[in-house]
Design a protein around this ligand. Structure first.
Ligand code: IDP
Ligand code: MG
Length: 165
């Protein structure tokens, strides 16, 4: 007898896999870390506890955490990929506007799971029940950052916590 298993891949799309009952089930989940930032608006809106609960309630564990007022130099390194974008000046002003909470969360499929809990970049498009959908202000002022893939997570964790992995 075959079992139909549904799971989500890294892009959040569902995929189906047929697993034969008498063969060992291939381990598809990945144990990962992701760099999460509760951005200055999230701190000002007093959402730290609520946001951390959403991760903890979904089997992600906080491994490192710090309060940090991100300065221009760190922001430039962290958001280097967006340097040439038209929204970059506003993004710089926003991310340096007050203290943030920077943390490493870990668990199975932590990168994709955190992105799912965050919702789309634009809070208007993010689903209700996601962090951005529930608490975001606009496409820039959107409460939270989460690494977009494992290599970004490694790069970003090194920026904020040094090379401890
Ligand atoms: P992400 O945070 O969902 O990964 P990115 O495309 O990496 O989205 O953008 C980084 C941050 O830059 C966003 O979280 C948001 O604060 C801001 N941003 C992204 N796209 C836009 C835009 O089109 N207009 C204004 N701000 C944007
Ligand atoms: Mg991004």
């Amino acid at each position: 007898m075959n079992l139909k298993v549904e799971e989500k891949n890294e892009t959040g799309k569902e995929q189906e896999e047929i697993i034969e009952e008498d063969k060992p089930v291939k381990q598809k989940t990945k144990y990962e870390k992701s760099l999460i930032i509760i951005k200055p608006d999230g701190v000002k809106k007093k959402l730290i506890g609520k946001i951390i609960s959403r991760f903890e309630d979904n089997d992600l564990e906080v491994e490192r955490i710090r309060v940090l007022h991100i300065d221009k130099n760190i922001a430039l390194v962290h958001y280097k990929e967006h340097e040439k974008k038209s929204f970059f000046p506003r993004l710089m002003e926003y991310i340096t506007s007050g203290p943030s909470i920077v943390m490493v969360v870990k668990g199975e499929n932590a990168v994709a799971k955190a992105r799912e809990l965050m919702g789309s970049t634009d809070p208007q498009k993010a689903k209700k029940g996601t962090i951005r959908g529930d608490f975001g202000t606009d496409i820039t002022i959107n409460v939270i950052h989460g690494s977009d893939c494992e290599s970004s997570a490694e790069r970003e964790i090194n920026i904020f916590f040094g090379n401890y992995l």
